[in-house]
Design a protein around this ligand. Structure first.
Ligand code: C2E
Ligand code: MG
Ligand code: MG
Ligand code: MG
Length: 289
């Protein structure tokens, strides 16, 4: 791998001298190793989904967001922060994203057969690159049919980076996804490119307040004002709003006061293995003494 980095440096000429800097060398090596390992991760079944509860105003679990985890043979459980960006760059996100959709749809189909789990809604993250891949909608249509999942219980979380491409084509794609019966959610709202004009035009059903605005809710009046404005705006536009990163009872209380009715965050549950999530949901159905 070191050889490959040297080769690239030579290839790219004198402007790439930083490739020979020992500190940079390590990170280039790391990237190449990570890329190679990612390549094998899917075949070797090292990827898995964790489930983080999403709750309503009463704190009852209404669904989950599926979050990718990599059970790495030597490094342990790796969070997506360590590999999603690289996978986006290399295009490996397409294969990963397909796998996530396939897994998620099959999981919802299994829940569908169980009265306690059938009401759950499952949210799946879709990267912008995956969304604009030709054939994305057609593939998803087939996957829905094959898996037996109920599209009414599947939400796709899209990010604002999607809006870097031509708006008309984004809207058309979103409309085809809506026609499949899926819910469309805008993730990390307020951090990217979405202007209020986009919010009006996109066929969305849900927006997620980015955890950055929730984190400082108590000490930063500006963040509190933004979170409140997002809730008000979403209500006025007929969109469901869900707050991410709700870590404390105080976060929850303030957001409730500001009119938010859907929540996700460590206060209600961390991302967890499937069995733990299902146990949590079943416990809610257990008769209370
Ligand atoms: P996201 O979609 O915004 O997911 C929410 C992230 O916030 C998750 O991080 C979750 O563990 C974390 N989180 C939830 N509640 C709290 C809280 O109360 N406090 C704090 N500090 N964090 C909280 P995670 O699992 O590390 O995922 C990070 C990002 O990686 C996701 O952000 C998403 O952008 C991406 N990602 C995860 N799974 C997938 C996937 O299957 N496909 C794609 N394309 N991206 C994914
Ligand atoms: Mg998300
Ligand atoms: Mg988010
Ligand atoms: Mg995020």
């Amino acid at each position: 791998q070191a050889d490959l980095a040297m080769y690239r440096a030579k290839d790219e000429g004198r402007n790439q001298l930083h490739f020979f800097d020992p500190a940079m060398q390590a990170s280039v090596d790391q990237r190449l190793r990570l890329q190679a390992e990612l390549h094998h991760a899917l075949q070797d079944q090292q990827m898995l989904l964790y489930y983080q509860p999403q709750v309503d105003a009463q704190g009852r679990v209404t669904g989950a967001e599926a979050l990718l985890r990599w059970q790495h043979p030597t490094r342990g459980l790796v969070a997506p922060g360590a590999f999603i960006a690289l996978a986006e760059e290399t295009g490996q996100i397409l294969e990963l994203g397909q796998w996530v959709l396939q897994q998620g749809l099959c999981q919802q189909a299994r829940w569908r057969a169980d009265p306690q789990l059938a009401p759950l809604k499952l949210s799946l993250n879709v990267s912008a690159r995956q969304f604009r891949q030709p054939g994305f909608v057609d593939t998803l249509r087939l996957q829905l049919t094959d898996s037996g999942a109920d599209p009414a219980h599947i939400a796709l979380e899209l990010t604002e980076s999607l809006l870097l491409q031509e708006l008309d084509s984004v809207i058309a794609l979103m409309q085809s996804l809506r026609a499949l019966g899926l819910t469309l959610s805008l993730d990390d709202f307020g951090t990217g490119y979405a202007s209020l004009n986009y919010l009006k035009q996109l066929p969305l059903q849900q927006i997620k307040i980015d955890q950055g605005f929730v984190r400082n809710l108590l000490d930063d009046p500006k963040d509190a004002a933004i979170a409140t404005a997002i809730v008000t705006l979403a209500d006025a536009l007929g969109l469901q709003v869900i707050a991410e990163g709700v870590e404390t009872a105080a976060h929850h209380r303030i957001l409730l006061e500001r009119g938010c009715r859907h929540f996700q965050g460590y206060w209600f549950g961390r991302p967890m293995p499937l069995a733990d999530f299902e146990a949590m949901v079943r416990a809610q159905h257990a008769p209370t003494a």
